[in-house]
Design a protein around this ligand. Structure first.
Ligand code: TPP
Length: 374
């Protein structure tokens, strides 16, 4: 009898193990334009809107220029810190351009291309990195909430906001950006679960840029993120995050489903942070030149340029864009310097309602190092 019982339990355990091994398989990332700027078999079957590709390309070129200028400004002492989005332009532009302006966005801290697409000025984007304010812009004007530097918290804000949308019976959708590393935070897993449990209108967009500062994705997770979605009750998508048209197509489809009342969604976009984590980071200390070269060959901007040139787009389009890019760079520099340094002391005064000794010490330290502190 005992033997039979033991045998039954063991059989049951075997069944559980077999079932676990049958969890959903990873899928290849969806791609429309490959690394060489050619259409993939999936892309060949889709109607391609060349005007849209040109618009997305402009957005990416300007975003990359903002990064270049901001890093130079940081090196010149005009910004305290800058977090580069270099290499992630397609993931950001493709996704934000799939939303309505009335859809709310909850970013992390690297979504400068998103902010530009929502017409937030370069000066407003740079403001907090210059240290003259705690944040850069009024979310009510752009429906882009302020950058969140505490990893993953924005996913809970987005989920709470989506609860409000559901209560208002509005058809708005919320999109929140999250990094691969931040998905290890408890907050993010709570947001996934509550969004699914309440069938809330939220899309979680993960830019898997392969690194969380110096920690590679491979040491951070065993199950790919898009596979994990199903366990929470989220729809899961996997896309080439360096292919702007694929990102745009996937996000448009995901957002339409959510807007129609479908389950909340997790999109995993494979991309790469081509620069350091921030202006204070040296990525050569933890990743190889060979790895960088692999991803440089997948550059999201140059592949679209190749595609457009092969599609017969006139040289004048590229010339006009270069002129526009240079004028934009000038505006970035001017707007940064126009921010002045007057608010530098105020960020300490506004951290707590009451005076705080640590803030006083840090403010005094800053005063001793800078003549422009008010
Ligand atoms: C709650 C919290 N823990 C730790 C940090 C320190 N930190 C800042 S960025 C970062 C890595 C984040 O990586 P990932 O989520 O992949 O985003 P990425 O920077 O690659 O865009 C860490 C650990 C933080 N800001 N907040």
């Amino acid at each position: 009898m005992t033997t039979t019982l033991t045998s039954t339990v063991v059989d049951g355990a075997d069944m559980v193990l077999t079932a676990l091994q049958r969890s959903p398989d990873p899928i290849e990332p969806f791609q429309i334009i490959d690394e060489n700027g050619d259409l993939t078999p999936a892309g060949e079957r889709l109607p391609i809107d060349l005007g849209l590709v040109q618009q997305l390309y402009v957005d990416m070129v300007l975003a990359r220029r903002l990064d270049r200028e901001a890093l130079a400004l940081q090196r010149q002492g005009e910004l305290h810190l800058w977090l580069m989005s270099w290499g992630q332009e397609a993931a950001q532009v493709g996704s934000v351009r799939a939303l309505r302006d009335s859809d709310a966005i909850f970013p992390s801290y690297r979504e400068h291309a998103v902010a530009l697409c929502r017409r937030i000025s370069p000066g407003d984007i740079l403001r907090q990195w210059r240290g003259v304010a705690h944040s850069g812009w009024d979310p009510a004007e752009s429906n882009v909430h302020i950058y969140s530097l505490v990893l993953g918290t924005q996913t809970l804000h987005a989920t709470g906001y989506a609860t409000g949308i559901r209560m208002d019976r509005s058809d708005e959708v919320v999109l929140t950006y999250v990094g691969d590393g931040a998905t290890s935070q408890g907050d993010v897993n709570e947001a996934f679960n509550w969004a699914a449990a309440g069938n809330l209108p939220v899309v979680f967009f993960c830019q898997n840029n392969q690194w969380a500062i110096s920690t590679p994705t491979s040491t951070q997770m065993r199950t790919p993120l898009h596979v994990r979605a199903a366990g929470f009750g989220l729809n899961g998508y996997h896309v080439d995050g360096n292919d702007v048209l694929a990102v745009h197509t996937v996000t448009r489809e995901a957002v339409a489903r959510v807007r129609a009342g479908g389950p909340p969604t997790l999109i995993e976009a494979q991309t790469y942070r081509l620069a350091g984590h921030s202006s204070s980071d040296d990525p050569k200390r933890y990743r190889t030149d060979d790895e960088l070269a692999v991803w440089q060959a997948k550059d999201p901007v140059t592949r679209v340029e190749s595609f457009l040139r092969k599609s017969g787009v006139a040289a004048s389009y590229f010339d006009d864009l270069t002129a526009r890019e240079n004028a934009f760079a000038e505006a970035v520099r001017e707007q940064c310097k126009a921010l002045g340094g007057e608010g530098l002391g105020a960020v300490f005064d506004q951290a707590y309602a009451e005076p705080h000794p640590v803030m006083a010490t840090e403010k005094a330290l800053l005063h001793s190092r800078s003549s422009s502190v008010a």
